[in-house]
Ligand binder design. Structure first.
Ligand SMILES: Cc1cc2nc3c(=O)[nH]c(=O)nc-3n(C[C@H](O)[C@H](O)[C@H](O)COP(=O)(O)OP(=O)(O)OC[C@H]3O[C@@H](n4cnc5c(N)ncnc54)[C@H](O)[C@@H]3O)c2cc1C
Length: 415
């Protein structure tokens, strides 16, 4: 296995012997694999509450390998997405998993979007995204004969992959050096006498896992697990459901690669897009509506604890005050299929309501600060034997192997 670590980092070994990682999504598994490569003598345990890995965000995403176009230059997202793509490509090649370069167009359909398109292009170029080009309406038509737009950015190396398959491979690697314990919900963390911690799990035997280093990659529960470790209460996770439709057989032929809108810079979400998947579907979505349950994939699901946590977080109200108009518009589109169809028709006018069928939704773990700011960048903090990955939204799957390297660098440099 390739670790991608440099010589200096590999020499800096922590004294850590027992490492527990909470969460068997792509970030937790990638971190566990990287830790096993760097510190072969450490015992590595991943605790995952579900009976399978990749059950939540990782198993409900669009399957896009992002190129690094969108992210503020110098941000962790920009750095770790661009380096993460390379690591993901290497890893998939090593495991015989296909990454398909379907390419992507980001399309300006209105005049006022053109200036934002240019800014996005500059950003992508600064971030070192390979092969980016601005293309005319005519070239857009050549690439996507059924799409319309004034101009577009073409990103030839934006790709798709099956992230669940990547996770199965990662879990296999972790199992060679450590353990992935399924059905293990972490319910508490106790400080142990003489240093270290004990992670409490509500498994059948009420197991306890002593560790010297705890790495929290709990996705939608990252804030709760962080607070169990004694970390502060900010930022908090506010769940946003992303609903998808899939195209019927007739309409699938209208889309060749990924077709994205120019994103609204006020939000970390990319807007409803058209995405071919490795399974042969074409997804339309996701939107972004407030979810009343953190793992609530159906529209009307409510979990009282989750809803209470959202409503009692001052950051939620500060966010709602700033963005209530968009929130209401998103809810309206969620319940009104014809509104959703009109969004897709802005890019592919030939689509009709009959072409779109509801498909499984995903829920994003979006960290929200106390002042209502939607945390845009990855948020990874380290203190006294604990690393908390508190915000790892899109492109977290693309960047996962690079996030793993970053987390292990933080540990190595602090010891
Ligand atoms: C709708 C949607 C579309 C997206 N599209 C893309 C995309 O195309 N490309 C891309 O790169 N990224 C995309 N993303 C983002 C990407 O999916 C995430 O960044 C990534 O999956 C985060 O991985 P994770 O391991 O942090 O979280 P998760 O996959 O959510 O994993 C966290 C794990 O922690 C477990 N857990 C939680 N609490 C506990 C506990 N107490 N004890 C034990 N286990 C616990 C959960 O069961 C879960 O398995 C998308 C996300 C969504 C929701």
């Amino acid at each position: 296995m390739e670790s991608g670590l440099n010589e200096k980092e590999s020499r800096t070994m922590p004294e850590t012997q027992r490492i527990v990682i909470v969460g068997g999504g792509i970030v937790g598994l990638a971190v566990a694999r990287e830790a096993g490569l760097r510190w072969p003598d450490a015992s590595i345990t991943v605790l995952e509450k579900e009976s399978r890995v990749a059950t939540h965000q990782t198993g409900h995403n669009s399957g896009v390998v992002h190129s690094g176009l969108y992210y503020a230059p110098g941000s962790l997202k920009a750095q770790l997405c661009v380096s993460g793509v390379k690591l993901l490509r290497q890893y998939c090649a090593e495991k015989g998993l296909e990454i398909r370069d379907v390419g992507k167009v980001v399309v300006a359909v209105r005049e006022d979007e053109e200036a934002r398109l240019d800014t996005l292009f500059e950003r992508g170029t600064t971030n070192g995204v390979p092969g980016l080009r601005l293309i005319s309406a005519a070239e857009l038509r050549e690439r996507e004969p059924h799409a319309v737009g004034r101009r577009a950015i073409f990103s030839p190396h934006t790709a798709i992959v099956d992230y669940k398959a990547v996770c199965e491979a990662l879990a296999g690697d972790v199992a060679q050096r450590g353990e992935v314990v399924l059905g293990a919900r972490v319910v508490g963390v106790r400080r142990a006498h003489g240093g270290g911690r004990t992670v409490l799990v509500d498994g059948p035997a009420g197991e306890a896992y002593p560790c010297d280093l705890l790495i929290n990659c709990a996705g939608l529960a990252a804030d709760r697990v962080a607070m169990m470790t004694g970390d502060n209460d900010e930022p908090r996770i506010v769940p946003f459901r992303g609903e998808y439709f899939s195209l019927g057989a007739r309409a699938r032929g209208l889309v060749s690669g990924l077709i994205y809108p120019v994103p609204d810079p006020r939000y970390p979400f990319l807007g409803v897009h058209l995405t071919p998947t490795m399974a042969g579907d074409v997804l339309v979505g996701p939107n972004a509506v407030l979810a009343y349950e953190r793992e609530g994939y159906a529209r009307l699901r409510v979990n009282p604890r989750d809803l209470r946590d959202t409503l009692f977080w001052p950051g939620f109200w500060a966010m709602a005050k700033q963005h209530w108009r968009t929130g209401i518009a998103e809810m309206y589109r969620s319940f009104n299929k014809s509104r959703y169809v009109r969004t897709a028709q802005e890019y592919i006018p030939e689509l009709t309501a009959q072409d779109l069928r509801r498909a499984p939704a995903g829920v994003r773990a979006q960290a929200v600060a106390r002042n209502g700011a939607l945390v845009d960048d990855f948020w990874i903090s380290r203190s006294d034997g604990v690393v908390n990955v508190r915000n790892a939204p899109s492109p977290g799957a693309t960047a996962s192997l690079a996030i793993a390297g970053y987390v292990c660098d933080q540990i190595a440099h602090d010891d």
